[in-house]
Design a protein around this ligand. Structure first.
Ligand code: DX5
Ligand code: ZN
Length: 237
């Protein structure tokens, strides 16, 4: 287990569920302020969405922005790469201060090779699945994974609605994760709000990624509401 994984494990503990705000819905004119509010609310993870206009029909941030915000916070950075060719940019994202890098199973590249490369850089390894991708496809990767990220919307944009039934995929991912003798985080991303968060948590997600439900309105109040919605759904196993 590398040092970054430990950082998450210390915060997670058994049975705890973390909210990971997705910066995509933040106010990009005030990133420092928004990040400080996330910290003040007690969050430990910041989810950073990178899009290339090819794998998904949208463009967002790259290593330069991540490096800039790295200098204002110690939050754990999970970098979600929605890009067709992550291999060409892994070193740049590692250098920018990523603690975890998550790539997509559906890219036209050798995922195993990329995951090994990420691990070799001392960074937590994640694989993400689009809504229509079967969870069992990642079984051969289990030994490498620190995080399985289930997309509960089509990747590309914040503010979409949670696809009903996504929690079934969380159950399947959790079942796979339990096969290895160490923690694999099961994260869910897309349309997470006070209605969908408890569904995902009860299904076995331990990291709830939320963009608009955190950043639209009062950040601190939104995070409290999300936590309240989870009351009673924390796993205690
Ligand atoms: C979508 C991104 C998500 C997005 C979530 O492709 O991966 O992380 O920011 O935003 P909400 O929570 O608004 O669906
Ligand atoms: Zn994301």
């Amino acid at each position: 287990m590398n040092k970054n994984q430990k950082k998450v494990d210390n915060e997670t503990g058994i049975g705890r569920i973390l909210i990971a705000p997705s910066l995509l819905s933040a106010n990009f004119a005030c990133l420092r302020e928004d990040i400080k509010e996330v910290e003040a609310a007690g969050c430990r993870i910041l989810h950073l969405d990178v899009m290339d206009g090819h794998f998904v029909p949208n463009l967002t941030i790259g290593p330069v922005v991540i490096e800039s915000i790295r200098s204002v916070t110690d939050l754990y950075f999970d970098v979600h790469l929605m890009i067709e060719d992550p291999g060409s940019y892994l070193k740049a994202f590692a250098g920018s201060g990523a603690d975890g890098i998550t790539i997509h199973q559906e890219i036209d590249a050798d995922c195993m090779k990329l995951l090994k490369e990420i691990k070799g850089m001392g960074i937590d390894v994640g694989i993400s699945l689009r809504p229509k991708t079967q969870v069992d496809l990642i079984e051969p990767m289990l030994d490498l994974l620190d995080r399985i990220l289930i997309m509960s919307v089509e990747p590309g944009f914040g503010g979409q609605s949670f696809i009903p039934g996504s929690e079934e995929k969380v159950v399947a991912a959790r079942r796979l994760a339990e096969r290895v003798d160490r923690e694999i985080i099961v994260a869910i991303d897309g349309g997470i709000n006070i209605e969908s968060a408890p569904l995902a948590a009860r299904a076995g997600a331990t990291e709830l990624i939320a963009g608009s439900a955190v950043f639209k309105g009062n950040i601190g109040d939104n995070i409290i509401s999300l936590r309240k919605s989870l009351a009673g759904s924390n796993r205690v196993d």
